[in-house]
Design a protein around this ligand. Structure first.
Ligand code: ATP
Length: 422
């Protein structure tokens, strides 16, 4: 068995997609009589600054020899990568042997690629140490993702699927023709095993990218057969090719358990604490609140594109205890989901007279309250029940705003009730 790791072949302006490069390598290997048993699409740390879009890296598991796989992949990348873009620095790593038995150091590297920041020098020295054939184009940054993709099968434990269809090359860069009704119908027929295909709240199709690249649509889910069936039910322009990828999408692999005082920019966390200030909608429609754990505080934000999720955030009150999840950037946590653990149920209110039912008046500083007409009194404020629009449990951004790696609540396995967005 041979593992071919590939990364960083595409360009935001010039198009391409590393999944397409990998599919091309797979097809060429298959044409030579080899089989490709598995195609991995690994989402590395989404906070990495050099990413083009979703920080994807690819690996193929094939029975081609390491030498053949290396030659085919190298020539393919030469041909398809958009290396004319300064930011595109392809990398190729080819490892012999069982992908589930790569050295522990390679598996560790893959884990770190998903939730940490790695240097090009670390990739180069490790790939040399373990003796894998490799090639880096230009500054070779793609070696990081390529090596991570090689280590991923041993490193990661949770897998989902994406069926990606590709456009005919003559159509690349033009508007995509996909019938939204057929997408909604297929998404409904296979819910909830497939997710993030549409956003039922806004009526948007989210599986069709807007970028200039070769992808027509991608169907994500827990069951590869359902992903494929949905892809085949969608009507639109001709599909030129398609491949099912095994992925770490929808797994929350980027989140680390942390405490508010220790967070750093460029990492994504799960943090426990309390709402310290009332949510405030600022310019642009972004909703902010302060969150803390008794020692330190951090600002949390729900951005405007998260749409109805902001109403959930606006529903929070000072004193609510939460677990918040998201990436920290410039000292602010960008909310992807939160769990309401305990919601404040009462608030202080001026007492009401038991005789006439009217609100009492202050009897003077520190003197409590009284009703002059009925001559009743109360020593202090009472607690009034608050009507809350939120329930205890997990809330999340809608499909339109979901990061590739973020786990949809529909997938289950959360530690409290869930309120999934569909
Ligand atoms: P594509 O659609 O081609 O996959 P992308 O959004 O995935 O685009 P890349 O073009 O692959 O982005 O760029 C991401 C770059 O960051 C790659 O060179 C990759 O090797 C590197 N990289 C990935 N993970 C890390 C990490 N954890 N630390 C540092 N660099 C990383």
């Amino acid at each position: 068995m041979t593992t071919v790791g590939i990364d960083d072949t595409d360009s935001r302006e010039r198009g391409m997609c590393t999944t397409y490069a990998a599919d091309t390598v797979a097809r060429r290997l298959e044409r030579r009589g080899a089989s490709v048993d598995r195609s991995l699409l690994i989402r590395c740390n989404p906070a990495v600054e050099h990413k083009t879009r979703g920080n994807a890296a690819l690996a193929l598991h094939t029975d081609a020899s390491a030498n053949v796989a290396f030659d085919v992949a190298r020539r393919t990348i030469d041909e398809v990568a958009k290396a004319g873009d300064d930011r595109t620095n392809p990398g190729l790593v080819v490892a012999p042997g069982d992908p589930g038995r790569v050295p522990e150091s390679v598996a560790d590297f893959a884990r770190e690629a998903v939730d940490d920041h790695l240097a090009r020098s670390a990739a180069r020295s490790l790939v040399d140490r373990v003796g894998y054939r490799h090639h880096g184009w230009k500054n070779g940054r793609g070696l990081i993702g390529a090596l991570a993709a090689v280590g991923a099968w041993r490193a990661l434990g949770e897998w989902t699927y994406e069926r990606i269809t590709y456009r005919e090359p003559t159509r690349w860069g033009t508007e995509r023709t996909v019938d939204p009704e057929s997408v909604f119908a297929a998404a409904d027929a296979y819910a909830p095993t497939i997710w993030d295909t549409v956003d039922r709240g806004t009526g948007e199709v989210v599986c069709v990218p807007r970028t200039p690249g070769p992808v027509l649509y991608g169907i994500r889910g827990d069951d590869p057969v359902a992903c494929r069936a949905v892809a085949e039910h969608i009507e639109g322009e001709p599909v030129d090719r398609a491949r099912t990828f095994v992925t770490n999408q929808g797994t929350d692999g980027h989140l680390r358990d942390g405490v508010v005082g220790d967070v750093r920019d460029g990492y994504a966390y799960r943090l426990d604490g309390t709402v310290l200030t009332a949510p405030e909608t600022r310019r642009g429609g972004h909703v902010f609140f302060e969150f803390g754990d008794g020692n330190r505080a951090i600002e949390c934000v729900a951005f405007e594109p998260t749409k109805r999720f902001r109403d959930r955030v606006r529903g929070l009150r000072v004193g609510d205890t939460l677990t918040v999840c998201g990436e920290v950037s410039s000292g602010t946590l960008k909310l992807e989901k939160f769990a309401a653990r305990e919601l404040v149920a009462t608030e202080p209110a001026t007492p009401v007279c038991s005789g006439c039912g009217r609100t009492m008046e202050s009897a003077g500083s520190g003197q409590g309250y009284r009703c002059r007409d009925c001559d009743t009194s109360a020593t202090g404020k009472r607690r009034r029940r608050i009507e809350r629009d939120l329930d205890v449990g997990w809330y999340e951004v809608p499909p339109r705003a979901r990061r590739h790696i973020a786990k949809p609540l529909l997938r289950g396995g959360f530690d409290a009730a869930t309120h999934p967005e569909r």
